[in-house]
Write a protein that binds this ligand. Sequence first.
Ligand SMILES: [Zn+2]
Length: 323
Amino acid sequence: MVPKAELHCHLEGAASPDLVRRLAARHSMALPDETFDENGNFAWSDFLHFLKVYDIASSVIRTPEDYRDVTYQYLMDCAAEGAIYVEVMSSPDHAAAVGMSYADHLEGIVAGIEEARSESGIEGRIIVTCVRHLGPERGVEVARQVVAHPHELVTGFGMGGDENTYSPHDFTPAFEIVHAAGLPCTAHAGEVAGAQSVRDALDALPVQRLGHGVRAIEDPDLVRELADREIVLEVCPGSNIATGVFENYSAHPLLALQEAGCRITLNSDDPPYFDTSIGREYDRASTLFGLDDDALRRVTLTAIDGAFADPETKEKLRAKVAA
Ligand SMILES: [Zn+2]
């Protein structure tokens, strides 16, 4: 099995339907019928409905123990598929929405990472994210919390949310706070919105990576710049097909970006919603993009190069890929 590494997965979006049902029972919460389809999977019809079901399912994650369970189960599932390193994106805004403090939500995630590591050897790190459509002031607030609560497993800062609200420039102050504290950054761009959104993110934010970034393909000069600047792209093909960013795998620009010299990684984004997992992303890259095991190992090494982890950890991970 090719060792795998993942840089882009939203923790709340990683909770399986089974775990969501279990957490709902734990809190005596009744979930609306529309949450699941007849097979018990998450049911959603279009992007806005996806966001609604996602919010309903996320609302059952309410305590540090819940966060621990979501993190632990996700990392153990990844380890079973051959993953040796996973970065999870946490959202303090979600925690705040259910009345949990930053410190409490972090405590749960850290416990999940540490237990999964001691049982399976998988390394995990946390990228704390702000949510674009909640606005720049909330972004600054999240950035301040990150800096006020340093933790060795919190190794990066990012931004998700609706790419069509606000602009990356509005979030420069938030990113500058964490960047000044020495944390590397990434941001979603070039997924729902086009190449200009990638340009804006690069101009406005101190990012070394981009979440998605795939619609840069619309602008050859931009593709060249991404390659020259060695920006690592957190590519999520299964997510892109599921949400309709690209019609099918043959229309997906992963190979074109790679051939243009861009640094490509494979990621699952919100796996149970998009019928995917890190293992399935690697499998489909093999069967649908034609990447052989050597090419997949290089994808893993690119992810390790771009990982927000310390140099010693990265060396250990590279040795595992070489073994
Ligand atoms: Zn994402």
